[in-house]
Design a protein around this ligand. Structure first.
Ligand code: LLP
Length: 481
């Protein structure tokens, strides 16, 4: 089969449009003998019938295994170089009480970046000492609560915050451990960083301002300086940026040791995952080994002890675990005229969700892939664009992939790798209800976050008088339960 000229260059017609590439799908996703997509022994059609669509379907064991793996890799590698590691799960990728418990059981700490995320972690029963609080504009109330609850570490993001956190700690008669977030000037996208002195962005403080900031932190009896922090970006496939950032931070770390001990160094998160079959993510053992090697060799060069190294992955722990299950509603073959190439057909397949359950495509032109979930088909693949049901032409879930050409209304579609920043960034645009999240493990599916109902959608409208509305149905047209 020849490629559709409307397809991006990287997307080749598949040998088998039903295949589930292991790099993109969760570890327990398979095709049953019937052709049906199954996760941990539960079929896509059972999930759709029981919980409705759209639906986030999470492979629980996949999350637990990845959380345990990242911890084991970093423990092993930093043990090898005579130190230790702390792995924080970045809750912004997807936080609910169940996930907070899973990652805690795997031995991870949790990074929260707002009062709301802090409340979820506390509601899950996570020991506050295992939490880190981030944010470039934490409110006084957020700082106060974090200090009062005994949050393990607060990451200072600006000079203004030093006094705010010191005051809160003094008021609560606590000594609050803090890190200092730096804008190391390293760009995440590989070699570009080499020429860049400073990133034009809101997070952290410059390396030049750091010595003064650390002196101010050390001046306060109510603060304990735990170390420097840097997060260079997200969805990173190359290790060069991390290496450069570690070098810059360790040079400063070594300089600051003259003023007192610095037990830790936090190198942030951002490890990339595969969204399509052409993405190649670095395996976690390799990431951990490279981090340990660079930190150890730089420390040896600088003649300083290797600090405890903290990392904060979010996407790489939950991203690959989840697919979003949709039902096809309408299909249109749209003829597109291409200069010098004549015409080509792009099949628009519209599903019952869209930019309200996955805004990453609209926001970042992120690529995803898609598969038929309720059956397989050997009909010649067609280039498709999976669109949502919102009143906006940019409401696309999958920009381009091939599906069997007989895809039809009523079919179920599954879009993999939606576990990170999917539900977390879901919204109610056009009054669509946010879908439920179902965790599947060992043949059992259970709701871990319920879907919104029509009653939820109306519940905050202060203008509604009881007589004006017919009793909410309890479920929306989308079937959220
Ligand atoms: N630590 C800090 C300080 C962060 O800001 C982030 C992500 C992480 C850790 C976790 O990064 P991860 O390992 O998940 O890449 N909404 C965007 C991603 C924004 C990431 C924000 N910070 C997306 O959907 O791609």
């Amino acid at each position: 089969m020849t490629a559709n000229p409307l397809a991006p260059a990287w997307l080749l017609p598949p040998a088998d449009a039903n295949e589930l590439p292991a790099t993109v799908w969760s570890q327990n996703s398979t095709r049953a003998a019937s052709g049906m997509l199954e996760v941990a022994g539960v079929s896509a059609s059972t999930l759709a019938a029981e919980f409705g669509t759209p639906l986030y379907v999470m492979d629980e064991a996949d999350v637990r295994v990845r959380a345990a793996e990242v911890r084991a890799c970093f423990d092993r590698e930093f043990g090898r170089v005579g130190s230790a590691a702390k792995v924080y799960y970045a809750g912004k990728a997807f936080l609910c009480t169940e996930i907070a418990r899973w990652v805690t059981e795997a031995g991870l700490y949790i990074d929260v970046c707002s009062g709301g995320e802090l409340a979820v972690a506390l509601a899950a029963g996570v020991d506050p000492a295992r939490l880190g609080l981030h944010g470039n504009n934490k409110s006084r109330a957020e700082i106060d609560r974090a200090v009062r609850e005994g949050v393990g570490v607060i990451v200072i993001d600006s000079l203004i915050e030093i006094e705010r956190i010191a005051d809160a700690a003094a008021r609560h008669s606590r000594v609050q451990p803090v890190r200092l977030r730096l804008n190391s000037g390293v760009h995440a996208h590989t070699h570009e960083y080499l020429a860049t002195a400073r990133e034009d962005q809101k997070f952290g403080i410059t390396l030049a301002d750091a010595p003064d900031a650390v002196a101010r932190i050390r001046f306060h009896d109510s603060l304990r300086f735990l170390g420097l922090h840097s997060h260079i970006g997200s969805q990173i496939f190359e290790s060069d940026g991390f290496v450069e950032s570690a070098k810059r931070l360790l040079a400063l770390h070594a300089e600051l040791l003259s003023g007192g001990p610095i037990p830790e160094l936090n190198l942030g998160g951002g490890f990339g995952i595969a969204y399509t079959s052409v993405d190649t993510a670095l395996p976690m053992p390799e990431i951990a080994a490279r981090f340990a090697d660079i930190v150890a060799s730089e420390c040896a060069r600088l003649g300083i002890p290797v600090p405890v190294v903290a990392v904060e992955p979010g996407r790489s722990i939950v991203g690959p675990s989840t697919f979003t299950l949709y039902q096809v509603g309408t299909i249109k073959d749209v003829e597109v005229t291409l200069p010098h190439l004549g015409t080509a057909i792009r099949k628009y397949v519209s599903v019952d969700g869209g930019m309200s359950d996955n805004i990453r495509t609209a926001l970042y032109a992120a690529d995803y892939s898609v598969r038929l979930a309720n059956r397989v088909s050997t009909v010649q693949p067609a280039l498709v664009r999976v669109a949502g049901k919102h009143c906006e032409s940019g409401d696309i879930v999958v920009l381009a992939d091939y599906l069997p050409g007989d895809v039809a209304p009523g079919d179920l579609l599954a879009v993999p790798a939606t576990g990170a920043y999917g539900w977390a960034m879901a919204n109610n645009y056009n009054y669509l209800a946010r879908p439920a999240v179902v965790a599947v493990r060992d043949g059992v599916a259970r709701v871990i976050v319920r879907g919104e109902t029509e009653a939820d959608l109306l519940s905050r409208d202060a203008g509604i008088r009881p007589d004006d509305v017919t009793a909410p149905t309890g479920a929306t047209e989308q079937g959220a339960r």
